[in-house]
Design a protein. Structure first.
Lengths: 191, 191, 191, 191
DNA sequence: CATGAATGAGTTTTCATTCAT
DNA sequence: GATGAATGAAAACTCATTCAT
């Protein structure tokens, strides 16, 4: 892993935990054991690093969520189930405090900065459209009521997950996310 | 309105828009046209103001959402519909950027500070339990499938709303929240 | 006791403990349970209060040390002994931390402000000259070696007491002052 | 000299003159012609600097007073005389206003802060014990009355010097310190 | 590439003082 | 006389960024 990538990875962890604005360059320097010069060699500014972090994050999610889960050869129902499992698994007991890395940034940065906002928006759009595609597939396979609006339902599912993570973070209790996942599974016949 | 309340109200607006940490005392001073000394005459610290803001916010929501909507004499179905209407109305086109005042703070502060976290948690708990009570009432009146778990469903509803607001904020599009509300109405026979 | 005197007395205690500069008007207002308006009714400024405090202090010492001890009808030897006793008694175990009220101000303010400096200087001069007079009397009564220089010895005695209090304050141990007093008594045949 | 040491040295001078609390970071910044950032690059806080200043001060005194004078090969009488000379020389006419750097801090900080207090206390203890050792040596060499208590006398000598400096500072007159030194020399047969 | 010294604008906070009531 | 709201200068401290080495 290149030094630059190493810095991004470390910064991602800190930003996930403290938020972008509350994370100082020094926090990153200390955690990465590097000097100022090296940081500014790789990044032109804190903002530049922030963007790199979102890109790295979105790319990771793209790989794990979109490519490995949604674009796998599994059938739609299984894909949706895996997506829920993966989401739940991302928030283990110890990390339940941190919340969703993208969701946090969505809230912190959306009004603050267009570039951040759009990058995050694109990820959510991809996620929603993959969920919608899977739902459509389920409808086609007669596993789901054909009168539902798949796109809208996909938005609702992603909203529920993000809202569930928000509540989980606030209550410091992973149970609430599991509950939300259960409800989704029941409502969309994923069991 | 007392000067202190005036400062809180102004600060609430700014914090809703920029977040607690990104809001500087100077932002508030300028918006309220007061001097530093006056601010510290009413509040011992920025943190003290932050707490006052959350309390004010939670109290307002308690009045508007819990007391005026849930504890009104309307029947359960109507109450839930009103709650959804009220939520949607809170995010007009112009304010769609800001997101949920409590939700934003939940994400920004939950890991950072216990006092903030607990105050917000208590509000969410109240909200969820009122939704659960309304759902129970609907079940009793045979308006809803009796096999559903009302508490869990209430959590899912609140999660969906908060998640919907999060997506709306990120997409800068109020439509997504309206969509989520529709789905809730359909799923819980509120139409 | 007038309100003004009450404020002075309270301020004296706080200044003795924290020093003049480190004492804030608020400290005094809180301790005296009065408002800003009342304070500025009696004093034109913090400096004005400071001066009043030194004057009050010096006047008290003048009464207790100069008038009641040195200008009593006792014989010189007894007067000097009483002076030492009184000094020691002023620094009980609990107050050994505070040091000498005048000495502290002498160090804190002498370079800072001429008015303070001169007021304190006058007190020390009075003290020294009274000690000198007592020593002279002892010499005349053949209780002391006639070759000593009474004025210089008086300076040395006051220096020893003030230095002893300084060390006592720093060591937080009243013993050291008692030791110094003993030495003085032996050196000047006061036992 | 390193920049850090340079800042300490400059700060020592200012603190000697104004006291720790009355010295502002800006005072130091201006005197040293550096920016805030640089200051906080070397010190974590004003307190941190304060501690560094006391340590630097105590170390200097340790070198000049303890090592170079008391631990020299001279005989006891000469050592004590040198100590008095050195003390007097430290307070030239121009600097007579400032008083004793350690003594000032002893009075300003002893009640305020334990760490300062203890560092200063240790210096005074060292000084006292060296004086005591020298007196003991003089007693052994029959230059001094064997019935005196050397430790107590050492305390008295240091007290006299510190008290003399206090009076000198307050009277703005170096003469008084010279007088005190004379008295010490006579009392302990140092002439 | 890398270090960390240096800059300076901005942040939170304190506090003596004034002023309207 | 008395209250405490209001002012504003200055304090301690933070932090992104630049620059000499």
């Amino acid at each position: 892993m290149s030094k630059k990538q190493e810095i991004i990875t470390i910064a991602r962890g800190i930003i996930h935990s403290k938020g972008y604005q509350a994370t100082s360059i020094s926090d990153i320097l200390n955690a990465a054991s590097i000097g100022k010069g090296q940081f500014y060699h790789y990044f032109t500014s804190k903002y530049d690093l922030g963007l790199a972090v979102v890109e790295d994050l979105v790319q990771d999610l793209d790989q794990q969520l979109i490519k490995e889960i949604f674009q796998s050869k599994e059938e739609a129902k299984k894909r949706l189930n895996k997506m829920l499992d993966w989401n739940l698994a991302s928030h283990t007991e110890t990390k339940s405090k941190l919340g969703c890395a993208v969701g946090n940034l969505a809230i912190e940065m959306s009004e603050h900065d267009e570039t951040f906002r759009v990058k995050i928006k694109e990820f959510f759009n991809k996620w929603i459209s993959e969920v919608a595609a899977s739902l459509t597939e389920m409808v086609e396979e007669n596993q789901l009521d054909p009168t539902i609006n798949c796109t809208k339902s996909a938005q609702a599912i992603v909203a529920m997950i993000e809202g569930g993570i928000l509540l989980m973070k606030n209550q410091q209790d992973i149970e609430i996310l599991a509950t939300v996942m259960d409800i989704i599974r029941k409502q969309y016949h994923l069991i």
